[in-house]
Design a protein around this ligand. Structure first.
Ligand code: NAP
Length: 532
């Protein structure tokens, strides 16, 4: 049983059906698409180059699909996933509106007992959890939230029906990658926009543009090279990092950054000097450079300073990419409300009350993020051997073997799970690798008559060491982002990484090292996995 019909689940079911497994997908939503089905807010789009985001597994698909924009938007992305599912006739293997409430391991039978919210039950020998790392949205809790008279919703729950924005007074809470996209997209349309910002994020231009038929033909011809480049790079992109920060003069570095700032996507991060992620001095210099860029784009110097992060360096939290985001604050209809200075006190029928002002609003958008990476697992009642829940097991942070298995939860395989590279690299590239590996393991089990597989504790402990080592090298180890498990709206995660219990949520050793490690495990009879 595959749980989730998002980018991972779609490819996972294709692989299993092709190999003749008796497999099915359970999806809580009423249609497929996962993150691209849910996140319908204006401005929602890839920040991976479209042609590095799409699946690579089918030459026909690569030949047929024309990405229209360098960074394609949500409606097109959802169309793409539907196209894939229809082309390969995958829908018939998916059951929608099938919300899994509980997974309980039945040791005597060697099966997972699966209970759905609607009371239906299934059993499965193996469960592949394709739950997505950013699928458990989190909301703040303020007094009076239910009293607000207008519509209010999390960006993940942006309605399917068109939302009237013209002439409206809109409040957006949150300035992560989502907030930054939605703010820039709606600012030209709404009558008034109040942005409630607690901590600013670094953000740099996406530099999006159309892809013509000729360009798409060139991309098609280059696909093998594109995917090889992605597989060879730490972040799963085509960008290649530089080394030798200190070999250049400050002027030479600035010239390189001037060029990177005009390039598209994550070039400014992934084609930058690797030292910026490792050495405080190098990070300070690039942070100062990006801060100056923000100052150049925002007319009011006081507002510019508020938009510049001071609690973390550039690239040490997940970098949001933007289109005209900073210019939005030059518009007369947009106001930045610094809720660190004047905290939100409550919601009222008419809007948001901070410590010094009442803002009258017609619509409130919560761009307040996710219980990232482990949240979707925690929200499901997953009981392994001895009835321990996965949430309990991971209370102080996840531990896994290769991000795929965890001891005490036999036959539960995670695609893009905690401590894999899915959270830290170009997502679909990591997914395809993960799905292929999980599929290989299932084929191996089938071929050898194994009905139970479980991560060995020693192997898991060893992987934990590798995850910690890769993480601790990087300056991001001290940041308060979802990479490191921070979330102000989840009990026990409100503090920074160092101030609280450290959660090692993702593997930061890079995609090639991760791929080499899991391939080596497979080549050695799945070392570290007890097969019986
Ligand atoms: P996020 O990065 O966690 O940001 C959440 C924002 O909400 C933060 O600014 C946070 O402020 C703020 N917030 C939360 N509770 C608040 C409160 N009570 N009062 C004021 N502010 C509050 O979440 P996200 O923006 O949804 O992005 C999550 C991830 O999704 C991204 O990092 C990215 O990986 C993915 N994403 C990808 C794309 C894309 O591919 N293009 C687009 C959007 C999102 P604090 O920082 O102060 O807590």
């Amino acid at each position: 049983m595959v749980i989730g019909a998002g980018v991972s689940g779609i490819y996972q079911i294709k692989r299993l059906i092709d190999l003749g497994f008796d497999a099915e997908v359970l999806e809580a939503d009423d249609d497929l698409g996962g993150t691209w089905y849910r996140n319908r807010y204006p401005g929602c789009r890839f920040d991976s180059e479209s042609y590095t985001y799409g699946y690579s597994f089918s030459q026909e698909l690569l030949d047929e699909w024309h990405w229209k924009e360098r960074f394609s938007a949500q409606p097109e992305n959802l169309r793409y996933l539907n196209y894939v599912a229809d082309k390969f006739e995958l829908r018939q293997h998916m059951r929608f509106s099938a919300k899994v409430k509980q997974l309980a391991w039945d040791e005597a039978a060697g099966l997972w007992q699966i209970s759905l919210a609607d009371g239906d039950r299934y059993t499965a020998r193996f469960v592949v959890a394709s739950l997505g790392p950013l699928s458990a949205p989190t909301m703040p809790s303020y007094e009076g939230m239910d009293d607000f008279a207008g519509p209010s919703f999390h960006t993940f729950h942006w309605p399917k029906e068109p939302v009237e924005l013209a002439g409206k007074r809109v409040g957006v809470i949150g300035t992560g990658a989502t907030g930054i996209q939605v703010i820039a997209a709606i600012a030209p349309e709404v009558a008034e926009l109040k942005v409630f910002q607690r901590r600013p994020n670094w953000s740099t231009p996406l530099n999006n543009g159309p892809i013509s038929a000729e360009e798409m033909a060139e991309i098609r011809a280059r696909y093998p090279e594109i995917f090889a480049n992605c597989a060879a790079s730490g972040g799963g992109f085509e960008h290649v990092p530089l080394w030798g920060f200190w070999d250049k003069t400050p002027d030479e570095r600035r010239a390189i950054w001037d060029e990177l700032y005009t390039q598209s996507g994550f070039a400014i991060l992934a084609a930058n000097f690797a030292e910026i992620f490792l050495e405080p001095e190098a990070n300070r210099e690039i942070s100062d450079y990006i801060a100056d860029r923000i100052r150049q784009r925002v007319d009011d110097p006081a507002i510019a300073e508020k938009l510049i992060p001071t609690d973390h360096g550039f690239g040490l939290q997940r970098l949001p990419l933007e289109t005209n985001y900073f210019e939005v604050y030059n518009q007369p209809n947009v106001e930045l409300v610094d809720v660190t200075e004047t905290p939100i006190q409550r919601m009222t029928a008419s809007g948001i009350e901070t410590s010094d002002h009442s803002y009258d609003l017609d619509l409130i958008v919560y761009a307040t993020g996710f219980d990232a990476i482990t949240g979707a697992y925690d929200r499901m009642d997953i009981r392994g051997t001895n009835g321990v829940t996965l949430g309990e097991r991971w209370g102080d942070g996840p531990t896994t073997y290769l991000g795929v298995l965890t001891n005490g939860f036999p036959n539960l395989l995670m695609v893009a799970g905690p401590q894999s590279v899915s959270g830290s690299t170009n997502f679909p590239r990591a997914i395809e690798k993960g799905v292929d590996w999980v599929t290989g393991l299932l084929e191996h089990a089938r071929a050898n008559g194994h009905e139970r597989l479980e991560a060995e504790p020693d192997a898991e402990a060893d992987w934990q060491k590798q995850v910690i080592k890769a993480h601790e090298r990087l300056l991001l180890r001290d940041s308060k982002g979802w990479f490191t498990g921070y979330n102000s709206n989840v009990e026990g995660r409100q503090r920074g990484h160092r101030e609280g219990k450290v959660r090692y949520q993702a593997y930061f050793g890079g995609a090639p090292r991760y791929a080499a490690t899991i391939d080596d495990v497979a080549a050695n009879d799945y070392r570290g996995i007890a097969l019986s």
